[in-house]
Design a protein around this ligand. Structure first.
Ligand code: ZN
Length: 108
């Protein structure tokens, strides 16, 4: 297992919002994953306002992908019950998230 930083350590506010979101949707298995999610890397689109990032359990296969629309912020992608990608639409919030991840040493 590679050692990626925990989402809750790097982006605690976003992490808790994601957890609360899944709880509000009664998606408890997904909510339970949130505290253990590890950030794997930034979205490679290169848009400075894009705050999207990959998680360590991301898979490339798009079969059976589920999308959860996340409060106007973006989309959460779930593959076979595992949260794999957090899409944060280009925005000032996206810019902030990207800046924090870059400070953590992530590149794309
Ligand atoms: Zn992007």
């Amino acid at each position: 297992m590679e050692n990626f930083p925990l989402l809750i350590d790097v982006l605690p506010t976003l992490s808790n919002r994601i957890k609360d979101y899944f709880i509000s949707k009664s998606e408890f298995e997904l909510a339970n994953q949130v505290d253990n999610l590890q950030i794997k890397g930034l979205c490679e689109c290169g848009d400075p306002d894009c705050g999207s990032f990959y998680l360590s359990q991301n898979v490339d296969n798009e079969d059976k992908l589920e999308f959860f629309s996340f409060e106007g912020i973006g989309t959460i992608e779930v593959y076979k019950g595992k949260i794999g990608f957090i899409e944060v639409f280009p925005s000032s919030e996206g810019y902030q998230i990207r800046s924090i991840l870059k400070k953590e040493g992530f590149s794309y």
